[in-house]
Every structure is written in C-alpha cells, then in structure tokens.
Design a protein around this ligand. Structure first.
Ligand SMILES: NC(=O)c1ccc[n+]([C@@H]2O[C@H](COP(=O)([O-])OP(=O)(O)OC[C@H]3O[C@@H](n4cnc5c(N)ncnc54)[C@H](OP(=O)(O)O)[C@@H]3O)[C@@H](O)[C@H]2O)c1
Length: 340
C-alpha cells in the first residue's frame, strides 16, 4: 500500500474528458504526492457508468450511479470532478456544492460570469472547495514560462502577445447533438478553446490587474460561433491579440514563444533590421506524463487535503477575470446562449 495521502474522486459524466482525466490520475509517476482513488462514477445511465469502469479504471472498484445526484450524496466522495458540457456546469456545480461537496469543474467554468459568481457565492456559503479545471495553468511548462518571462524577464518587458487556439472540429460536420454544435450544450469556439488563448495571453502579458478594453469580432455558422478574434488593450498600451476557431487546426505542437529582436541600423536612426544570427532560439524540455492532467489533479487534491477552499493556481478571481472578458467578447460578437 502507498504511504501517500489519498483523495477519493467522484467522476460526473463519462465523456471524453472524464476518460482522459481518470486515465491520468491513476498513473504511477515519480514525484506523485497523492494516491488518487476513483471512488464513484455518476452518469446519465448505470450501463454507461459500468462501461466507463471496465474501459478506463478496471483495477478500481468505484460505486456506479445512474444519476449525478446519487453521487453527490455519497459520503465517501471527497471531491466531485465535473466533465459535462459547458451549459450544465452551473447546474452540476450548484447541485454538488449544495450537497456539501468539493468540486473541480471543467473549463469553461460556466456560460457567463454571472453564473460563476453565483457558484462562488454558494461555495462560500457551504464552506466547500470549488475550482475551474484550467489544467494548463498547473503544468510545469506554463509556470516556467511565466517565471522566464516575468521574473527572469528573458525578453524584457512583454508589450504585445499573439495567442491562438484552434481545435479543427468543424462543427458543421458533426451531428446536431454534438456539444460543438448544440447551443443548448454551450457550443462555440470561444468557450471551448478561446478560453485557452485568453489564458495564455493573460499569462504572457504578466497577469495585468485591470480589465482591458476590448475590440472583438465573431463569426457564426448555423447559429454557432466558430471563430473569434479579440484585441485586448491595457492602459499601459500593452496589447493581447487573442484568437480561436473550431473551423481549422492551429500550428502543431503546444507552445511556441517567438521573439523578434530588432536592432537599429547604423546611420539610419529610423530603420531597424532583423539580425538572423540573433535568432538561434533556446529549447526547453518538460516532462510529458500521460495527457498532462496529473499536475492539476495533484494540486487540487493537496488543496483539499490541506483544507483550502480555493485553488492556489486557479483562484476564483482568475476564473472571473477571464469570464468577464468572454462576456464582453460575446456581447460585441453577437453570441448569446439559451436562457441569457
Ligand atoms: N481540459 C481539457 O483538455 C478538455 C478537453 C476536452 C473537453 N474539456 C471540457 O470537458 C467538458 C466535456 O467535454 P467532452 O469533450 O468530454 O464532452 P463529451 O465527450 O460530449 O462528454 C460529455 C458528457 O456529459 C454528459 N452529458 C450530460 N448531459 C448531456 C447532454 N445533454 N448531452 C451530451 N452529454 C451530456 C454525458 O455523460 P453521461 O451520459 O455519462 O452523463 C457525456 O458523455 C467541456 O466543458 C469541455 O470544455 C476539457
């Protein structure tokens, strides 16, 4: 038996992300600090929950429930992981929190900032933990990049950032019931992947305190937002150009930091040129463990075990900051969800 402290997860929904998350938390790896137990699976059907166990965690013996509510009532679940489509995050978080459960909920945390504020108020009232599962922020690569850019200042003051995320799902090619196509499930590229473009952009600009001024455009296909471009302008003049689309794939790989060094040309004060010799670049390697959700799971488990109510990595104010920006982008872009 492991000497590590244990955390018992209740997994809500048996879709793609729940599969990835469960596979990762069960990995053995050097540096692991918590023993993750899959305590229960909640699904819209008992059969789906049983299949999920068979396919993804056969060595575990979780309870299987044909509803989410039963899982929230299970006293042996320490934290609920919510992997439903965006439009259900509000309902599922509220029900879990009101049942007294700690919650880690997938991104985007909610459809709008109002829902997120209500969830945080409910968590405060019930004295439980809740965090948005913004997994990239937990990754060593992301944290090291922040350190290099803003503590070591390897490229000086970051004045302008381009950040793009494209998932290439092409909603029109999917069934009408897909979460990428169905507005009642929260379909749209901004909530799905634009949240990442904004997250990377926010970090690369050094977590500016003020909310930026925003100029945004969105494209829709069959009523679903498929492409977003937003310029975020800060009072210092810094700009983030954040874009996303579900129509095409982005560049391969995960993160590129491209730095252009411009030198003044001698005798031509108004000209600059790009010295190719200055462009050698430096490659940083980071550990690849599973699909990369292990750090999020570890940090969340440690938060719970140490009695925190908010994530150290993804505090409530960070979720709200990004949600407020997405609300404004959608207001300018003309994207509205049922019930708004
Ligand atoms: N962090 C990441 O890298 C990452 C990657 C992909 C997705 N996500 C996020 O995870 C969430 C789910 O995405 P996904 O790709 O896993 O979705 P998915 O494969 O469609 O699975 C969603 C699950 O939600 C449950 N559900 C409940 N009501 C539903 C309804 N009316 N229609 C469809 N499903 C319903 C279903 O599980 P049951 O029938 O078992 O209840 C379904 O399997 C989204 O918020 C997404 O942004 C995050």
């Amino acid at each position: 038996m492991s000497d590590l402290p244990s955390i018992r997860w209740g997994i809500v929904a048996t879709g793609m992300i729940s599969t990835w998350f469960v596979e990762d938390i069960l990995l053995e790896w050097e540096g692991k600090r918590v023993n993750h137990v899959v305590q229960a699976i909640g699904s819209s059907s008992t059969q789906k929950a049983q299949d999920f166990v068979k396919n993804n965690c056969p060595a575990q013996t979780p309870k299987v429930y044909g509803s989410y509510q039963e899982l929230y009532q299970d006293p042996d679940v320490d934290i609920v992981y919510i992997g439903t489509p965006h439009a259900f995050h509000y309902r599922d978080c509220m029900e879990a929190i009101n049942a007294g459960k700690n919650v880690l909920c997938e991104k985007s945390f909610t459809i709008n900032a109002k829902q997120a504020r209500e969830i945080f108020d409910a968590a405060r009232r019930n004295n439980v933990y809740v965090a948005e599962a913004m997994w990239v922020r937990h990754r060593p690569l992301y944290q090291e990049l922040y350190r290099l850019l803003h503590q070591e200042k390897i490229i000086g003051d970051v004045f302008r950032v381009f950040s793009d995320f494209a998932n290439g799902v092409d909603p029109a090619s999917l069934p009408a019931s897909s979460r990428h196509r169905d507005l009642t499930l929260g379909a749209g590229s901004l909530l799905d992947v634009g949240v990442y473009a904004l997250t990377w952009g926010r970090m690369a600009l050094g977590y500016q305190k003020e909310l930026p001024q925003i100029v945004a455009k969105q494209t829709h296909e069959e009523g679903v937002e498929i492409t977003t471009s937003a310029i975020l302008q800060y009072s210092s003049g810094r700009q983030g150009i954040c874009t996303c689309t579900s129509k095409a794939l982005g560049a391969p790989g995960e993160v590129f930091v491209v730095v252009h060094v411009w030198k003044k040309q001698e005798g031509a004060a108004d000209r600059a040129f790009f010295p190719r010799e200055a462009c050698e670049g430096k490659k940083y390697d980071f550990p690849q463990i599973g699909r990369g959700f292990v750090w999020e799971a570890e940090n969340t488990a440690l938060d719970i075990l140490e009695g925190r109510k908010e994530s150290r990595v993804m505090p409530w104010e960070e979720t709200l900051y990004i949600m407020d920006i997405m609300d404004e982008i959608r207001a300018q872009g003309g994207t509205c969800y049922p019930g708004e």
